[in-house]
Design a protein around this ligand. Structure first.
Ligand code: LMR
Length: 349
């Protein structure tokens, strides 16, 4: 770790002295095609989202800090791979970094659905504690067994409900409506079934179209996705429910990563750490700003769930914890509950 930090410092802060660290900093103009390392970073959201901006910031900083030796090519909006294709492309080496919502990992790694459990995390801090502790370690280890290396955990935020049919306030209001859910997560499907709705799996790149054509009545998402994809323009009812969390696992092909020169890997990891802090701030800020934008647009009728209404939803959804205990793993579910217990103690609530 100490050696890694020293290398990062040499490369970031003291380029002129880098030779003294025994590492050569390559000049942009002098990078030969053989020396150049290209990293394709594919994701499915728009550029003006927390993930989209952070991916581009990472690319820009890496280019500057490696003086052109590493080129991170960012492919937003599913232009390279869409939902359902990304993970395989990473495993077979067609792409080097992806950052899917954790829910989408559930097809291969059902344990990751722990993040989909309704009302499991009261705020971002609770999610970060989970990722930094037992839950994050165990889930990262599960990925490693499939040649995937977890690099960073990026936030998006808490999900809200939108639909084109009617205000959704009480669980009964979901009855008979169809809701798009992210691919692969059985927990998310079950969540809508419990409310009496019909879940429909769709990749993100199809979402606007199916809502606009009213093939599907509603969906759940963060405000940054709702606004950056203009979903609020075709979904006149918005329920601010914060019923579930959506975050991203930034991940790479482990064989690719370990084959990188050590100094380059140190720059990439140091930069990613720095960008992760920035991304999390952007996520908070953009979700707040996008909420204001949707509300002030006059195009949506907004309902903020009261504490009592949230409790109504939570009561209906609570059995999901038991139903998925074996699939997700009792240890992970217990760890979430333990984190919440510690939080209550800390806050004395
Ligand atoms: C979705 O499919 O709704 C989101 O996971 C998209 C994303 O990556 O934020």
């Amino acid at each position: 770790m100490v050696i890694r930090i020293a290398l990062v410092l040499c490369l970031f802060l003291l380029p002129g002295l880098a030779a003294g660290c025994g590492k050569r900093v390559v000049d942009l103009e002098q990078v030969s095609p053989e020396e150049k390392i290209v990293i394709k970073f594919s994701h499915v959201v728009a550029e003006n989202t927390p993930k989209g901006l952070a991916a581009q910031r990472f690319a820009d900083l890496v280019r500057e800090r490696t003086r052109g030796r590493v080129e991170v090519q960012v492919f937003p909006n599913s232009t390279l791979y869409k939902d359902g294709e990304e993970l395989q492309a990473l495993q077979n080496g067609s792409v080097q970094i992806i950052a899917p919502a954790t829910s989408k990992l559930a097809g291969l790694f059902p344990q990751w659905q722990v993040f989909d459990l309704p009302y499991a995390f009261p705020d971002e801090d609770a999610v970060h504690r989970a990722m930094d502790g037992y839950i994050g370690n165990k889930l990262s280890e599960i990925l490693r067994q499939s040649n995937i290396q977890a690099l960073a955990f990026w936030d998006n935020g808490f999900k809200q409900i939108t639909n084109s049919k009617r205000p959704v306030i009480h669980p009964g209001d979901f009855n008979g409506l169809t809701f798009r859910v992210m691919i692969n997560s059985q927990v998310l499907k079950r969540q809508f079934e419990k409310m009496g709705a019909i879940p429909v799996e769709k990749p993100f790149n199809d979402l606007y179209r199916v809502l606009e054509l009213r093939e599907v009545d509603g969906q759940e998402n963060t405000m940054s996705n709702i606004c950056s994809k203009n979903l609020f323009k075709v979904q006149p009812y918005l329920t601010v429910s914060n019923h579930g969390y959506m975050g991203y696992m930034v991940m790479t092909n482990a064989r690719f990563w370990s084959a990188l020169p050590e100094d380059i890997r140190a720059v990439l990891e140091g930069t990613l750490l720095e960008v992760t802090g920035w991304e999390r701030e952007q996520a908070l800020k953009m979700n707040r700003e996008n909420m204001e934008k949707a509300v002030s647009s006059g195009q949506v009728q907004v309902h903020w769930l009261t504490e009592n209404e949230k409790e109504e939803w939570a009561r209906v959804l609570e059995p999901i914890y038991g139903e998925f205990r074996e699939i997700i793993g009792g240890d992970l579910i217990d760890a979430v509950e333990e984190l919440n217990r510690q939080r209550r103690e800390r806050n004395d609530i």
